[in-house]
Design a protein around this ligand. Structure first.
Ligand code: ATP
Ligand code: MG
Ligand code: ZN
Length: 280
């Protein structure tokens, strides 16, 4: 491992674009070797979980960071890696800043906040979350081909179109022999902070008031994957993320309606832990 290369990774995460990568347009394709490359395990990392979505902007990074924090706050050794080199979000979400420093052995120290280690060299981990860019492009293919990914969490919103794409995304993971741990449905309903009543945002996809077996939960049943849970549409999820204190941390110690966002993430995290085989 060359320190130089790792260093440039960090700089990418700081939005400085040192590699001169295009900020938009078609991502460059990476050369692919002939035949099936052998998947490698990341050293000292017990489990790798990819958080993925077919569409952009459905809440992948928000969910990845809150899930990772749910693990980290339980004392599980947890890391998160932002693999979206075109538009990284993790440094903002975790309020990370500054250059990574070197330890006495000249190894880069990971940037840490809320006991969650981000980027580069992290020492032994029980679980590493990969925040994937949206879609099924080269970055996703390369990651799934080159390293052992123990499971994928698929994030979708309830709209038909997003769900159809999510189902295609599940197909990609299955083709690449990556177990799909389940689907998370984001922003299906709004829960009133006053009385706790739920209002469904989209007429389709939530599924309780229409005849027929359809929507995210029905797709999960059809495909034989777990429904991991709901994250409500809530301005606080967004505000907490924007100020770098994700809801799992912001709502620690809060009870009842004050802690519903954190509860939602914890429920999903526990199901992920069970599916991937990490002691909760
Ligand atoms: N449940 C929610 N309630 C309110 N806002 C949300 C929720 N989930 C995500 N958001 C907001 O939606 C926006 C997009 O979320 P996020 O960046 O996590 O999506 P993404 O899927 O990672 O996007 P990209 O595809 O660009 O990587 C952010 O502003 C985030 O704060
Ligand atoms: Mg993202
Ligand atoms: Zn109300």
């Amino acid at each position: 491992m060359s320190g130089k290369r790792l260093f440039s990774t960090c700089r990418v995460l700081r939005h400085e674009n040192p590699l001169g990568l295009p900020r938009s347009g078609t991502p460059p394709s990476f050369p692919r070797r002939r035949g099936l490359p052998e998947k490698r395990k990341i050293r000292d990392v017990k489990k790798v979980v990819a958080v993925s979505s077919a569409k952009g902007g459905v809440g992948k990074s928000t969910i990845a960071v809150n899930l990772a924090l749910a693990f980290a706050r339980r004392g599980i050794r947890t890391g998160i890696l932002d693999t979206d080199i075109f538009g990284p979000s993790i440094p903002t979400l975790l309020n990370l800043s500054g250059e990574p420093r070197l330890d006495e052995n000249n190894l880069l120290l990971p940037l840490t906040n809320y006991n969650l280690k981000s980027i580069v060299s992290w020492g032994p981990l029980d679980i590493l979350f990969l925040d994937l860019p949206p879609g099924t492009g080269d970055v996703q293919l390369t990651i799934n081909q080159e390293i052992v990914v123990d499971g994928a969490v698929i994030v979708t919103t309830p709209q038909d179109i997003a769900l159809r794409d999510a189902v295609r995304g599940i197909g990609m993971f299955q083709k690449m022999h990556v177990p799909v741990l389940g689907m998370v449905r984001n922003m299906a309903f709004f829960q009133c902070p006053g009385c706790g009543q739920r209002t469904e945002i989209f007429s389709n996809g939530y599924g309780s008031h229409k005849a027929g077996d359809w929507g995210v939960q029905a797709e999960c049943r059809r495909l034989g994957v777990q429904f991991l849970g709901d994250v409500p549409l809530d301005a606080r999820v967004c505000e907490d993320a924007d100020r770098g204190v994700p809801s799992v941390v912001a709502e620690e110690g809060k009870v009842g309606v004050e802690g519903i966002r954190r509860e939602a993430f914890l429920g999903i995290a526990e199901r992920v832990a069970r599916e991937v085989g990490v002691k909760w």
